[in-house]
Design a binder for this molecule. Structure first.
Ligand SMILES: [Zn+2]
Ligand SMILES: [Zn+2]
Length: 803
């Protein structure tokens, strides 16, 4: 076992290594080959280029972000009266310069030639390297209102040191290193003054200069404010229509700033660090039972569901009681951390929680009062129970939000209610949101069979292209296969088996257009079957086999029905999973997993309409569904042709459920185009399903702006499940989420000052790789030393840490 603290120490070492290498602050960076300004990207201030345009820009205040940065700046806010005390502010500017020296004779140091420059430059580069020198400059300022005091950094000391270096290639001239620090004051508002601290490279870079490095590195200001008292900045903005305020101490450009000591001293830095709170979905609430095994039992499910509502009402009471009676809605609640929210926002969240309870009660009433809905609910729970048992998890159950989401959506499926409202499922990645909608997908599939729909599509799941992972495909196939197993055993759900289609990709090998393309992977060139048959790419292990002895899923041709079957080579179960477009059109799978872009083909491929319900009937030769007026198969490059034409007969209605995963990515032009096809799909489904609309579910990682986005994508309203706890996410009274110890993620933000983000990201990865390789080398050469450094007992655990 590797303890959390070992992991933290390792990660801290890694971050420190990367940050110091990016800034040029590491021991290894004392001598470097090639110009340092190509390597060190954070905390770096460049000289201005000697071109008329760049020089003209000196006049502007460097307020805009640009790749080549000359200046960093940190500002604080003070009361006007504070300056009258004549505060004495101490500023220390630090950094590194590099100068060119002859390489020590050791030929092993000669590495590759530099990327640019003439041949003589290259030869020169081979024989030279750059040496680092640290400098600092101290100065006390007493600012007054609306003025700027500045001072040039004194480089004379380090110039002397450099010029006395016997290895220096060319003596450093006076104008090579040129920087200044300044303090600027300006009115902020009626009562406040903005005090800004600047650090600027004033050097001019000639068009071609390989002898000197005018860029200065690892530039930091440390500021002791003396008796100057700072105030907080406050930004007021709208979040999802609610007024909020955010308080902070520094406004910075091209740097970050952090207090060192009690709001008296601060220091600028090159990166920001963010600790994401460890907020996780609750899997239990005391006294509440959410086990699948209980919720699939006709005797036990009612008390569990009733208890859920009782608990939710109890929480609703807490929320209501914690709002003072006399409070005005526009007033702000007491500040928590750096933020303030209005009472109105809290009251709205309480109202939303109340609406959610009403929807859940309606769902539960349907489950209790209608035997068919009850059957469907029990079978959905049985499906999940079996699915988890087959994965080796016994006594599995719902997380609170999953069951709540599932119950809250039942009325929309059964009563076709709220179809003009998109339910937005808002849970962080890894929180189990997929299982929440899988529940509804499986419920919908059972419900359609029990109400007489014998075939056709019940649910469509859409992903933005490339956001689809094989792991997710395996999970959803596992659920559908278990649902089919449960369906097949019960006489209550007559009709075709539950099937699955992967309507994704761009006609590549895994998900081609034709049945023929999948089929030819099963045969040798001479027409003989390949043995053993190839393993499925979308589902490699059997979901039905017991956890310890799972069979492989292999592809088999079904020439009678012109389709490919998935079969387990151990338990011999057969699964209907279609991966080519033509098989999907003919077999209209119960659940279609698709990418958004595939639906744009509606305008080019008329057979897609089969997936949305409508007229036609089955081919008498057993090839699946033929839309009215079409031939069964007429494509000459398909594996077969069939001339059967179907008449205009009424067939199964269109899908009931449409799920959009990662909806927050459907923005801008992608969202605009997608909205056209959403509208078309909706209109076609209404037409084929007696005027019934689709129920849309959207997954979103961010809520801000989602209401407008949904309006534009679907022309529908939205309802968020679960909505934020009125008392704050992860607060002790949060019904859905709990706050665990430690951060969930640690995020570092680096701002490259001389090169673009892409290059900076590559260099960051390079240093990451160096660190990992170095750690592996340390472990290999002296494992006990490595283990004691990170408080690890066994070398094998140390290897896990690196992996
Ligand atoms: Zn099996
Ligand atoms: Zn046919």
């Amino acid at each position: 076992m590797i303890s959390i603290s070992s992991q933290e120490m390792f990660v801290e070492d890694m971050v420190n290594y990367i940050l110091s290498r990016m800034a040029g602050d590491h021991d290894q960076d004392e001598f470097v080959d090639g110009k340092p300004s190509r390597k060190f990207l954070i905390g770096t201030l460049a000289a201005r280029k000697d071109t008329s345009t760049d020089l003209m820009k000196i006049k502007d205040n460097d307020t805009k972000a640009s790749i080549r940065i000359h200046r960093l700046k940190a500002s604080v806010l003070v009361k006007k009266t504070a300056l009258q005390l004549n505060p004495e502010i101490k500023i220390k500017a630090t950094g590194y310069v590099y100068y060119k020296v002859k390489k020590n004779s050791g030929s092993d140091q000669i590495s590759k030639v530099s990327e640019s420059g003439s041949i003589s430059d290259e030869q020169d580069d081979i024989k030279s390297q750059w040496k680092r020198l640290a400098f600092d400059h101290n100065r006390n300022f007493t600012p007054s209102s609306n003025n700027t005091i500045e001072e040039h950094v004194d480089f004379s000391n380090i110039m002397t040191i450099a010029n006395h270096d016997p290895l220096i290639r060319k003596k450093t001239a006076d104008d090579v290193w040129n920087a200044k620090i300044s303090v600027q004051t300006s009115d902020f508002d009626e009562h406040h003054i903005l005090v800004s601290f600047n650090y600027e490279n004033c050097g001019i870079e000639p068009l071609k200069d390989s002898d000197f490095e005018r860029t200065i590195f690892n530039c930091k200001l440390s500021v002791d404010l003396g008796n100057l008292e700072v105030e907080e900045f406050c930004d007021e903005y709208l979040y999802e229509g609610h007024k909020q305020r955010y308080y902070y101490d520094f406004r910075t450009i091209n740097c970050q700033a952090e207090w060192i000591d009690n709001k008296k001293q601060f220091m600028t830095g090159h990166w920001g660090k963010f600790l994401q709170e460890n907020i996780r979905p609750r899997s239990s609430i005391s006294g509440l039972n959410l086990l699948f095994s209980d919720l699939m039992s006709p005797d036990d499910f009612i008390p569990s569901l009733d208890k859920l509502v009782v608990e939710m009402k109890k929480y609703l009471e807490y929320y209501r009681n914690n709002v003072p009676a006399s409070v005005s809605r526009d007033e702000f609640q007491p500040r928590t951390g750096n933020r303030e929210k209005t009472w109105n926002e809290r009251i709205e969240h309480i109202r939303q929680f109340e609406c959610l309870i009403l929807r859940i009660e309606s769902g539960i009433n349907l489950v209790k009062s209608r035997s068919r809905v009850k059957d469907v609910f029990l079978k959905t729970n049985e499906t999940f129970n079996n699915y988890y048992i087959s994965r080796g998890v016994s006594y599995a159950g719902w997380r609170v939000f999953q069951l709540v989401f599932f119950l809250a959506s039942i009325e929309s499926i059964v009563e076709e209610k709220d179809l003009d409202v998109v339910d937005v499922l808002h849970v962080d990645t890894g929180g189990g949101k997929s299982e929440a909608y899988f529940a509804l997908v499986s419920f919908t599939a059972f419900y359609e069979r029990v109400t007489g729909k014998k075939d056709g599509v019940s649910a469509i799941v859409k992903f933005p292209l490339r956001m689809l992972s094989i792991q997710q495909l395996e999970r959803i196939s596992g659920i559908i296969i278990h649902a089919e197993k449960v369906r097949g055993r019960s006489p209550t759900f007559p009709g075709f088996p539950f099937t699955l289609g992967y309507y994704v990709g761009n006609r590549d090998e895994e998900f081609p257009a034709l049945y023929q393309e999948v089929r030819k992977r099963l045969y040798h060139k001479d027409g003989k079957l390949i043995t053993p048959p190839p393993i499925s790419l979308v589902l490699s292990k059997c979901p039905l086999c017991p956890p310890e002895e799972k069979g492989d899923i292999r592809l088999h041709d079904d020439p009678d029905h012109k389709r490919i079957l998935h079969k387990c080579d151990r338990c011999k179960s057969e699964f209907y999973i279609y991966t080519s477009d033509r098989e999907i059109f003919r077999w209209r799978p119960t659940v279609i997993v698709s990418t958004v872009d595939k639906w744009a083909a509606l305008s080019q491929q008329r057979r897609i309409r089969s997936l949305l319900g409508g007229c036609g009937s089955l081919c008498p030769d057993g090839h699946g569904f033929i839309p009215s007026g079409d031939r069964c198969e007429e494509k000459t490059d398909e594996a077969f042709q069939c001339d059967n034409v179907r008449a205009d007969e009424r067939s199964s209605a269109g899908p009931r459920l449409s799920i959009q995963d990662e909806m927050h990515l459907l923005r801008e032009c992608f969202g605009t185009i997608s909205s056209h096809f959403e509208g078309l799909v909706e209109a076609l489904v209404e037409d084929t399903s007696s005027g019934r609309k689709l129920k849309h579910i959207a997954m979103s990682a961010t809520l801000n702006g989602s209401k407008d986005q949904i309006k534009e994508l679907y022309h529908k309203d939205s309802f968020v499940i679960p909505e934020q706890c009125p008392e704050g996410v992860g607060s002790p009274n949060d019904f859905f989420f709990e706050k665990l110890d430690g951060p969930k993620r640690i995020v570092y933000g680096l701002k490259p000052n001389v090169r673009d983000n892409h290059y900076a990201a590559l260099r960051t990865l390079l240093h990451f790789a160096e660190f990992i390789i170095g750690a592996q080398r340390d472990l290999n050469s002296n494992s006990s030393d490595f283990c004691s450094r990170y408080l690890i007992e066994e070398p094998i655990d140390a290897q896990c840490l690196i992996n």
